[in-house]
Design a protein around this ligand. Structure first.
Ligand code: MSP
Length: 518
């Protein structure tokens, strides 16, 4: 039976519309979902929206709407944005969905019955933006490091989850599973957090202060803290959508987040799972921030890049390529239009776009678009060298994707693109054509290049699905899945097979650098 994998994005807050940061995580997970499917694995790809809590209540007040109606509107924008962008999610969940609310209450009751939730008083500095209390040592000049605002002092009676009880078990689990949190820098950060007492977690909000939340099953004067509610989405939606075999998917659960929400995912969530008697997820993959002028891109800072604008201006695949290639997964990356345009023109317009149109043009110019036969007389060592470049690119790209390093996988694939260009330069088909005796060799060179393009379509499918399909259509061939045996190299087209007319896949972006550098 196919291996089951559960891939998740965070559930996004509905106080902002989708921007570059949300789109990056979603596109990474989409790429991996397509990759795993292409490897023959059974994927459940979950995304959705986080709709309860202070932050949303305040955002809806500012718009004079009731929170339910407000959340509904923004959630719909997220969903339709991902649809327009071609994101291949299997389920879109909302934390206001009935099945989720019911399951959160079930978990709360279970943990309460087991004695891991108690009532007590607490005072602390609370950041509304982050929806969490901050210890003084976590603040920078008395302000939240992310929102650059001073947290409010809040003191009240609340319910607490005995998180501290699971601290040793969490540390032991992390030590026994070196791949639980990657890249390793984030694992070390969590090990650092676990060197200090993690304390207990306040998991309720009195209704006198906040009503927009899930009511506690054991005290109707309180609603559930939004993080305790939101983290459970990863399980509630899976159980709802895959009721018969959710446990098999859960055994392959991979969460993807940025570093802003490392602590809830690495400390709150695994201890909550332990208390609920559910195995800890398989892996947490953490990436860095997209920044602009040194600041994290976020709605609150107003430096927003909208996915639909980028798609409209440059095409979705160009935008996907830039995000996946430019950010080393785990590190921060700064977004400038200049960097975008330069990479687009170099790697896409001049790189792969030019390669595809050159090969098809020659095929039409010399052979009226018909692929020629290859035989022992017409093949050369260089053909095998090019084949080897593709075999290596495939092996290395797969290994990089298995380790969640899409930027490395693309770098490897572009080495194969460079190998094709080198092959054309060295074979000089335009010169050979002048010699009648060499014409069959020109046919063989172009056949090898059509094979290379076909292979490229197969390798690009997870990253740039539209481009992959386009190349395959132009060749009149299937791109194929990575799980299938590699397509036969050279001679994979029947002699006489007709390929499509050359097309510009990625027209060069002509914008003055000074203008876009702003
Ligand atoms: N609702 C919580 C998550 C709950 S998950 C159980 C939340 N939502 S959020 O809308 O603020 O989204 C945060 C996530 O969006 C980050 O972890 C990351 O996936 C993505 N990003 C938002 N801004 C980002 C950048 N500037 N850079 C990279 N990714 C960022 O937190």
């Amino acid at each position: 039976m196919a291996e089951k994998i559960h891939l998740t994005t965070p559930v996004y807050y509905v106080n902002a519309e989708p921007h570059l940061g949300h789109t990056y995580t979603t596109v990474v997970v989409d790429t991996l979902a397509r990759f795993h499917r292409s490897m023959g694995r059974d994927v459940f790809f979950l995304t959705g929206t986080d709709e309860h809590g202070d932050k949303i209540a305040r955002a809806s007040e500012a718009k004079n709407q009731d929170p339910k109606q407000y959340a509904e509107g923004v959630s719909r924008i997220f969903r339709s944005t991902w649809d327009t962008c071609g994101i291949s999610y299997d389920h879109f969940m909302r934390t206001t969905d009935d099945y989720h609310v019911a399951f959160v209450r079930e978990v709360l009751q279970k943990v309460h019955d087991a004695g891991d939730i108690y009532f007590g008083e607490y005072g602390g500095r609370y950041c509304v933006g982050c929806e969490r209390f901050y210890a003084d040592r976590e603040l920078v000049d008395g302000k939240c490091p992310d929102h650059k605002t001073e947290p409010e002092w809040i003191a009240e009676e609340n319910y607490f989850f005995r998180m501290s009880r699971y601290q040793d078990a969490l540390l032991a689990h992390l030590e026994a599973n070196p791949e639980l949190i990657t890249p390793v820098g984030y694992r070390n950060e969590v090990l650092g957090l676990l060197r200090e007492p993690i304390g207990d977690l306040c998991i309720s909000r009195p209704k006198s202060r906040l009503t927009w939340g899930i009511e506690l099953p054991f005290d109707d004067r309180y609603v559930c803290y939004v993080w305790f509610d939101a983290l459970i989405n990863y399980l509630s939606a899976l159980r709802h959508a895959r009721p018969d075999d959710w446990e098999a998917y859960w055994a392959g659960a991979h969460h993807f987040i940025a570093k802003d929400i490392l602590k809830p995912h690495s400390v709150f969530w695994p201890t909550m799972l332990m208390a609920a008697g559910i195995p800890v997820y398989r892996a947490l993959h953490v990436h860095g921030y997209w920044t602009m002028d040194e600041s994290k891109i976020s709605k609150s800072l107003g430096n927003v890049i909208r996915p639909l604008d980028m798609r409209e201006r440059f095409g979705m695949d160009g935008f996907r390529y830039f995000m996946l290639r430019d950010m080393a997964f785990g590190s921060d990356s700064s977004f400038t239009e200049k960097a975008f345009v330069e990479r687009f023109n170099a790697d896409l317009a001049n790189g792969i776009g030019n390669l595809v149109s050159r090969v098809l043009s020659m095929q039409h110019k010399y052979f009226e678009g018909r692929v020629q036969a290859i035989n022992e007389d017409t093949e050369r060592v260089a053909d095998h060298t090019l084949e080897q470049a593709f075999v290596e690119a495939e092996t290395r790209a797969i290994a990089a994707l298995e380790r969640t390093m899409p930027h490395v996988a693309l770098e490897e694939i572009w080495k194969a693109v460079a190998a094709c260009n080198k092959y054309i330069v060295e074979m000089e088909p335009f010169k050979l054509w002048k010699d009648d005796e060499q014409k069959p060799r020109v046919g063989a060179v172009l056949h090898v290049l059509c094979d290379a393009l076909r292979h490229l379509a197969r390798l690009l499918a997870p990253f740039m699905p539209e481009t992959s399909a386009k190349i395959a259509t132009l060749l009149g061939a299937e791109a194929g899945r990575l799980a299938d045996p590699a397509p036969p190299w050279r001679r994979s087209f029947c002699p006489g097979h007709l390929v499509g007319q050359p097309e510009r896949l990625f027209p060069r972006i002509e914008i003055e650098v000074d203008e876009v550098a702003k």
